[in-house]
Every structure is written in structure tokens, then in C-alpha cells.
Design a protein around this ligand. Sequence first.
Ligand code: SAH
Ligand code: SF4
Ligand code: F3S
Length: 468
Amino acid sequence: MSEVSSSTGAGDRQSTIEPVGRRKVFIKTYGCQMNVYDSERMGDALAGDGYVVTTSVEEADLILLNTCHIREKAAEKVYSDIGRYRKFKENKAVMGQNLVIGVTGCVAQAEGKEILHRARAVDLVVGPQTYHRLPQIVARALDGERVVDTEYATEDKFEYLPKPDASQTRNRGVTAFLTIQEGCDKFCTFCVVPYTRGSEQSRSVEQIVKEAERLTDSGVREITLLGQNVNAWHGEGPDGSEWGLGELLFELARLNGLDRLRYTTSHPIDMPDDSRDSLIAAHRDLEILMPYLHLPVQSGSDRILKAMNRHHTADDYLRAIDRFRSVRSDIAISGDFIVGFPGESDADFAETLNLVRRVEYASAFSFRYSPRPGTPGAVMKNTVSLQTASDRLQELQALLNFQQHDFNKKCVGKTMDVLLEKSGKKTGQLIARSPWLQSVILNDSVDNIGDIITVEITDGGPNSLVGI
Ligand code: SAH
Ligand code: SF4
Ligand code: F3S
């Protein structure tokens, strides 16, 4: 699952018409798309309790920091932000008003009540499994209690979270995330997710289809299905049998009003079989399924992959990509990489560069290894120096950036269908999305957001395309 840069999460597309006197919640989202989805659902849960989501932290009565624990930097950022928000709380207190500050998400799950000791301004700490309890937890915080709820709830939060109707969600935009799977059982030795998100759980087809219908009713044209290993999703089908992701995609493709489907993140060991309705068949047969595959590999060295507990080799990974390319030759491949994992030699790193050259990525995320407390990687010997890891990261990123720019440049002169998503920074500018997830900048009117139009690409920059 790749990280997103969004920092306002659920507040992003809030309607500006707000009833006077309602309490306001500001939600800041860190980390991956799963947190973006959760932030919206937290907003929904609190809406039932009279809150409206605001994008202005100054007017908030409740601040929720929906946090990420994946790397040290991400986790530490939360504490510096709390320091800033503490001042707002103090100013409000002077005026006799209350500002409740809550930490949710993966730092909440990992650090629990430690957060209350470290940050006096925090009133509540809630893990990702219990967002449906937020209204009660906030009420307790308003009564002066400092609440920690990091249980792995036995009840299914999705069943209890309110299901907003179209009138509440109409302004949220034409693309949406839909979490279909939570947690992870893979225990890669560098990763905190199995500890912060719990064990892998797949939602049922019925739950997913209903939620997708609500999204399309409120104007959503493109849905991205989310899971930490989304290609391992195996939910209960309408007939009680177990379905795989391919079957789910075929089912969702029939929804009225839905134009595009995506899914992320996939794992190389959960490769589909060759059955009629497998994921490979879905890419071959479904026009609605966008030609894009986010398939992290982390390293090109089998020795390092073994130390990472990835259960696949570099060759397994390359063969998986070949299978997708054999049915959809234009599929864009994206990935995640970690450099400087303990024991990584120059030769191991050279294998990563070789793999990147073989694959030719359309986009990728790459990180310097960050040892995380409680993971096996954190106590491994043969650590790589910061300088070496930084040098390797720079070299890898230069290659990945070159490939991404190259991929974009190859689009120049092509015509393609793009989804009109939102207005751009400059007046008269629109941001659209290509089938390969590139941003396409257009000069167009803003009244046709949500349409899919055919454009010609006139320029391909490092991070976006220009079309007419
Ligand atoms: N489920 C996804 C990963 C989610 S985390 C998957 O298996 O691909 C997103 C990315 O963060 C990972 O792919 C990895 O590249 C990176 N990451 C995770 N833990 C990390 C760590 N300790 N240090 C540096 N990067 C890390
Ligand atoms: Fe983390 Fe590995 Fe699970 Fe991905 S598959 S979430 S990297 S443990
Ligand atoms: Fe996502 Fe970060 Fe948690 S990547 S699952 S928010 S640790």
C-alpha cells in the first residue's frame, strides 16, 4: 500500500454550507490510502453524533490525528503536530472552551496509553479496529476522562459504522477508496502492519457491493479497492462460497454508473490461478478494470528477500509481472522498495537495480529502511550505515524517476480516455486521471467533473501529462 500526501483526509471535500452551532471535527490523515478511507468513515461515525467535518483546524472542537507507524519519521511527525495543536487547546481553554485531541490509526494501536504519558494534550487514543465506538469515546473525553481503546474488537466495525446516504457523500468527489480487506498475516520482518492492523480479514461480497452502490449513487465514477494484500482477498460470496478478487471484480463491473475499477496493494505470493474469473482473466476481459498493477517487491536480491520473510524470489516476481503483461501488454507496473535492510551488500543492491531495469516501472515508492520496534528486523545484525543507505536510495530513485519520466514521455502523441477529477491550481485548469494513474492537466471547463473524455497528450513531464 503506498503512502498518500493528503493531510486533511475526510475534510478535503466537505460542503461549505454548515449548520450554525454544530460541533466541528478536523481530521488529519497520515500514511496510506487505508487511513484516507478510515478518516472518511470516522467523519461519518461522528456525523451521526452531530459533528460536521471542517478543513479549518482553528474552528475545530475535536481534532483527530489518524496516524501511520510504518517508518520512524511518520510516527514522530505526529508528536510535533500534537505540540502545535496543544497551543490551540490552551487558547480555547483561556476562552472557557474545550478542544478534544485524539490520536487514531496505527501509532495509536502501536503505542496505546504511552501516548497519554508522552503528550499531555491528548485526550483519547483509538486503534483502527474500533472507530465505530468513536461517538461514545468522544463523549467520555468531554466528561474529562482520558480514554484508550486499542482492542481488537470482536464485532465487525464495518457492520457498525454508519452508512452515509448519497446526500451526505455527494460532495466527496468522483473517485473513492473502498476497503475490502483489513490487516495482514504475512509478517515481513521490517513491517509493523500485522501488529497495528491485526490479522487479515476479508469483507463479504454483499457488504462490498452495497457500499460500492452507495458510492456510485453519490456520484463516484472510479472505485479503488483497498487491502494490504488485496489480491489475497477471499470473501464470502452471495451463495456462501468463497470468492477471490477476480470474481469480485467481475461482479462489481456490472454496477450501474461505475466507469472504472482499481485495486491496491498486491503481494507477489498471492498470484491468481488461470481460472475463468481470476484476476488475470479480469485484466484480460474487463474494460472497466484499469491497466495498472501496484506490486511491491522491496528488493531484487533473493538473500535479502529471504531475510525480509517475503516468501518469493526476484524471479517469482518477474514471472508474476509477465503473466499480467501477457494478457494486458500495456499494464503499468508500480512497486515499493526498501534499501539498506540489514545485511544488504553492494551486490544485493546491484540486483535491485537490475530488477528495476528489467521491469521498467511506470511509478514507484522507495524508502530507506527504518527499524521498527517489535519487528524482527529491528534486532538484526549487519546493519547498513545511514550514509550507504542514503547513497543507495539516491541511486535507486534516480533510476525510478528516469523510468517514470520515460513512461510519461512515451504517452505524448497518444489519445486516451481520462476521468475529469477536479479543478487544478490555476483557473481554467482541470486535473484528470489517465487509465495508468497519471495526472493529466487540461484546459477545460469545471462543470463536467466526473465525465470521461478522450484527449490527446501533448507533453509528458516527470510527474504528470498535459492533454488537449
Ligand atoms: N502491504 C503492502 C505494504 C504496506 S507498507 C505490501 O506488502 O506491499 C508500504 C511500504 O512501506 C512497503 O511496501 C515498504 O516498501 C515500506 N515499508 C514498510 N516498512 C518499512 C520500514 N520499516 N522501513 C522502510 N520502509 C518500510
Ligand atoms: Fe507489511 Fe509485508 Fe504485510 Fe505488506 S505483506 S503489510 S509489507 S507485513
Ligand atoms: Fe497504513 Fe501506515 Fe498503518 S501505511 S496501515 S497507516 S502503519
